[in-house]
Design a protein around this ligand. Structure first.
Ligand SMILES: Cc1cc2nc3c(=O)[nH]c(=O)nc-3n(C[C@H](O)[C@H](O)[C@H](O)COP(=O)(O)O)c2cc1C
Length: 433
C-alpha cells in the first residue's frame, strides 16, 4: 500500500525521519519546461521552519531546499523531481533516554504495536518535520490554481477566541484580533514557562473557486480535504460550513436557497454532494495541544513497566503558527488534483499531453493493482500451506474466470481478451508461491 503517497493526478511520495539524514519528496508527472519555483518554495519552507517564530520549537534548522533530480537550468525536465532538506541540527542525545518509553500523546506506542520497530528520535516519521515534503511539493502546483485564493488563520488558540478579524494586523502568530493579541501572547508565555502546550482552531476560506470541482462519491472534495488535513500530525477534527452547529439547527434554517442571482446563503461551506458550488469554500480544523511537554506524566515502557516521563527535547508550545503553511500546502495539493481531473472530463480543454497523462496514470494504477494482487496471492498461498490446504485450486480459478467473462459480456469487452489477460495474471501470481 502506498501509505506515504498522496494525490491521483499530481502524485507525490514523501520520505524521511526527523533525525535521519534528510526529509524529502518525489514528484512524478510534472510537465517539462516549467520554471522551477525555487524562491517561492523556499519562502514557504521558511514560514514552516522551527525556531523562527515565538512559541515554536528552538530547533535551529536552515531547511534549505536541495534539488536532486528533474530540474535542469532552472526548468523541469519531465523526469521525476526529487527534493530534499537535510536535517542539520538533530540532537539525537536528547532522545536517548526515551528509546524504550512510549511518550504520552505521541505515535511511539502505535508505531511500535504496528511495526515492532520505530525510529524514536524526535518522533521519527511521525514528526512535524515530515511536513517539509508536503510544503515543498505544493510549490509546483501554484500555476494550476490560477486565481484561487486560499486564506487560513487561527480563530482560537487555547482559551482565546479571535472575534473581530483585521487582516492588516500583522504578527508572528497570524492572530488577527488586535483586541486580545497582547493578552494571548502573555498567556502563551505563561504556558511556555510552565513547559505546557495548547492547541487551537484554524479557519480556511478558499475564494474564486469554480463550481464543479470534486467528484462523487469517494472523491468528494470535502472528503479529500478531510483526509488531507487529518493526515497532518496533531489535527483532530474538521467541519465544513456550519459544521457541528448543524446538529441543533433546522432544515429551514440551513438550506442554501437560490434565486436568479445565485445562492442566498452559504451554510454548506461551498460544497454540495462533494462538488464545489462556486461560493467561498469554508472549513475549520482543530489542532491538539503539542504532545511533548516538560511536565511529568505517566506512561509505560516497552516492557510494560509504569514510568514517569517528562520531555526534555525541544517542542512547539503551540503548533498553530507552524501548521498554517502545511495546511495550505495540503489544500493546494487537493485542489490541484480536483482541477486536473476536471480538465480531463471537460474534453474540449484537453490536448495530447493531457490525454497521455491520463493514459499513463491508468497504466500506473493497473500496475499497482497487479502488485497488490500478487502480494495477496502469496499470502493466500502461505495460509493454505500452513493449514495444509492444496494451493492450486482449478475449480476456483474456473469460477473466477467465468465471473470475469460474464462481466466482460455485460460491459461489452472481448471475452477472449479477458481470458488471455486473466491466464497471464494467474501465471504471474503463481511465481513465488
Ligand atoms: C508543523 C508541526 C510541528 C509539530 N511539532 C511538534 C512538537 O514540537 N512536539 C510534539 O510533540 N509534536 C509536534 N507535532 C505533532 C506530532 O507530529 C503529532 O502530534 C504526533 O506525531 C502524534 O500524532 P497525532 O497527534 O496526529 O495523533 C507537530 C506537528 C506539525 C504538523
Amino acid at each position: 500500500m502506498k501509505a506515504n503517497s498522496f494525490g491521483k493526478y499530481f502524485g507525490i511520495t514523501t520520505f524521511g525521519e526527523s533525525h535521519g539524514p534528510a526529509i524529502g519528496v518525489v514528484i512524478e508527472d510534472v510537465k517539462p519546461g516549467i520554471k522551477f519555483p525555487l524562491e517561492e518554495i523556499q519562502n514557504e519552507l521558511d514560514a514552516r521552519k522551527p525556531g523562527k517564530k515565538q512559541f515554536t520549537s528552538s530547533r535551529k534548522e536552515e531547511d534549505k531546499l536541495v534539488i536532486l533530480s528533474g530540474v535542469f537550468e532552472g526548468k523541469t525536465t519531465g523526469m521525476p523531481i526529487c527534493l530534499v532538506v537535510y536535517n542539520k541540527e538533530a540532537r539525537t542525545e536528547d532522545y536517548e533516554h526515551l528509546k524504550d518509553i512510549f511518550r504520552p500523546g505521541h505515535a511511539d506506542y502505535t508505531y511500535f504495536k504496528k511495526f515492532k520497530i520505530y525510529d524514536y528520535r524526535g518522533g521519527g516519521r511521525a514528526s512535524g518535520r515530515e511536513t517539509i515534503s508536503r510544503v515543498a511539493a505544493s510549490g509546483l502546483v501554484t500555476d494550476l490554481l490560477k486565481d484561487i485564493r486560499i486564506n487560513l488563520y487561527p480563530i482560537q488558540i487555547g482559551k482565546f477566541v479571535a472575534e473581530s478579524l483585521d487582516f492588516n494586523f500583522r504578527n508572528e502568530l497570524n492572530w488577527f484580533d488586535r483586541n486580545n493579541y497582547n493578552e494571548l501572547v502573555d498567556y502563551l508565555q505563561k504556558i511556555q514557562e510552565k513547559g505546557d502546550s495548547v492547541g487551537g482552531i484554524v479557519e480556511v476560506k478558499i475564494e474564486n473557486l469554480p463550481a464543479g470541482l470534486g467528484d462523487p462519491v469517494f472523491e468528494k472534495l470535502d472528503a479529500n480535504f478531510a483526509k488531507a488535513i487529518l493526515s497532518i500530525g496533531s489535527t483532530k477534527g474538521i467541519e465544513f460550513g456550519d459544521g457541528f452547529e448543524l446538529a441543533q439547527l433546522k432544515g429551514s434554517q440551513v438550506n442554501d436557497q437560490m434565486d436568479k442571482t445565485g445562492f442566498l446563503s452559504n451554510h454548506s461551506g461551498g460544497i454540495l454532494g462533494g462538488i464545489s458550488t462556486g461560493q467561498s469554500l469554508v472549513f475549520r480544523f482543530v489542532v491538539k495541544p503539542t504532545s511533548s511537554i516538560n511536565i511529568p506524566q505517566k506512561t509505560i515502557s516497552k516492557e510494560g513497566e509504569e514510568v514517569i516521563f517528562k520531555s526534555s527535547g525541544r517542542h512547539d508550545t503551540c503548533i498553530i503558527p507552524r501548521i498554517l503553511p502545511v495546511a495550505k500546502a495540503m489544500i493546494k495539493l487537493v485542489l490541484a488534483d480536483a482541477i486536473s481531473h476536471q480538465k480531463l472530463i471537460e474534453d474540449n480543454k484537453l490536448d495530447l499531453v493531457d490525454y497521455r497523462e491520463a493514459i499513463d496514470k491508468i497504466d500506473e494504477d493497473i500496475l499497482v493493482a497487479l502488485i497488490r494482487r500478487k502480494e495477496i496471492s502469496i499470502i493466500i498461498g502461505k495460509y493454505k500451506k500452513e493449514k495444509q490446504i492444496k494451493v492450486d485450486d482449478k475449480e476456483r480459478e474456473k469460477e473466477i474466470l467465468n465471473n470475469l467473462k460474464k462481466k466482460a459480456k455485460l460491459w461489452k469487452i472481448n471475452e477472449n481478451y479477458i481470458e488471455g489477460l486473466w491466464k497471464l495474471i494467474i501465471e504471474e501470481s503463481k511465481i513465488n508461491q
